[in-house]
Design a protein around this ligand. Sequence first.
Ligand SMILES: CC(C)(COP(=O)(O)OP(=O)(O)OC[C@H]1O[C@@H](n2cnc3c(N)ncnc32)[C@H](O)[C@@H]1OP(=O)(O)O)[C@@H](O)C(=O)NCCC(=O)NCCS
Length: 375
Amino acid sequence: MAEKSSRGLADVVAATTSISDIDGESGRLFYRGYDIHDIAGRISFEECVHLLQRGDLPTQQGLDDLEDELTAARQIGATTEALLPHVVRAATPMEALRTLVSSLSVDDPDAGDSSVEADRRKATRLVAQMPILVARYEAARTGRAPVESDPDLGIAGNFLWQITGRYPSDRAQDLFDTCLVLHADHTMNASTFTARVIAATLSDMHSAITGAMGALRGPLHGGANEAVMNTLTSIEGDVDAVDGFVREELSAGRKLMGFGHRVYKTEDPRATHLRKMSEELGELSGNSRYYEFSRRMEQTVFDTKGLYPNVDFYAASVYHALGIPTDLFTPVFAISRMSGWTAHVIEQHEDNRLIRPGSEYTGPTGRRWADIAER
Ligand SMILES: CC(C)(COP(=O)(O)OP(=O)(O)OC[C@H]1O[C@@H](n2cnc3c(N)ncnc32)[C@H](O)[C@@H]1OP(=O)(O)O)[C@@H](O)C(=O)NCCC(=O)NCCS
C-alpha cells in the first residue's frame, strides 16, 4: 500500500539535474551554476542554448559554430509545410503549434535514432525551428506571405522581424534576446517534468517536446502570460481602476494570473529583469499605460494577498510593447523553453530510469462482482 500522497507533488524531488537550480527562499535561479542575475543581459540566447544543451558557455569559435548550425536549421520539412494550412483553423496557436511540432519528426534526418549524438542534433534543430514555425503559422493565419528569414539576425531579432514585418531596433533585439534567456529553463516545472516522463520511457525527443507543449499551454503554466495581457487590456479607465479590479477578483475567489509560485517564496528573479524592461519599453514607445497598470497591480496584490509577480506578469507588457500579438505570448515562451526541454530530454536519455510514481488509493474496497442483470 502506498504512503500518503503529496498533493501536486509539492516538495517531492522527482529527478536529479545539473541543468538549472532554484533557491525559492532567497529568490535565486541558476543555469548550470551561473546566477541568472549575472548572465541576463550579458549572454545571448544562442550562448544560453549552448550552456543548457552542451553544459558550458561557448568560446567565440563554439558560438560561431552553433550560430551557423542554428541558422542553417531555420527551415521546416515538407510534411509540416503541408500541414500548416490545415491547422490554422485550430482554436488557439498553442493547439496548432503542438500539432506542427509533433509533425517535425517525420522529416527529421535523425528520426528513429535516440542516441545522445542524434538527440543533440535534434535539440539544436528544434530550437532553430520553433521560432520559424511560429512565424510561419502567424503568416498563414493572417493570409500574409511569410517574411524571409534574415541570416544576419540572431534568433531574437529574426523572430521580431518575421512576426512584425518591421526591422527591430538593436535595443528591441537585445531586450527580446534577454527575455528568451530568462525563460529558457526552470528546473522541474510542469512542462519539463512532462518531457522527462515521456523521455524516460525511452520515447523520442519529438514525442517528449510535444507533450511539453501540451503542458505549457495551460493557464496555470505558460498560458498565464496571455491571460495577464488580457487582464491588463480589460481594465478600463485610469490606473486607479486597477485597485478595484484586483479587490473584486480576489473577493470573488478568483486567481490573478501572473502572481504566485510553487517554489519562490519571495520575488521571482526573472520578474526583477522583466519589470525593468517593461518600464524601459514603455518609455521608449511613449506609452507606459501597461507598465503603470502592472506596477499598481503588483503593489495592490502584494498589499492585499502578499503575493509576488512571477515570470509571466511583466513578460506580458514587454511582449506587447515589442509588437507580439497577445495570443502568441505562450508560443514565445515555448521558443525559449525549447532550449531547456531539449537539454532535459538529453539528460534523461543519458542516465535513464523509468519515471513511475505510486499513488494513494481513495476509492471503495472489498466490492463483489454481480451479474449484469442484478446490478
Ligand atoms: C503558480 C501557481 C499555480 C502555484 O500554485 P500552488 O503552489 O499550487 O499554490 P496554490 O494554487 O495552492 O495557492 C496557495 C494559496 O495562494 C493563493 N494563490 C496562489 N496564487 C494566486 C493567485 N495568482 N491569485 C490569487 N491567489 C493565489 C491560492 O488561492 C491559495 O490560497 P488559499 O490557501 O487561501 O486557498 C499559482 O500561484 C497560480 O495559480 N498562479 C496563477 C497562474 C500563474 O501565474 N501561473 C504561472 C506560474 S509561473
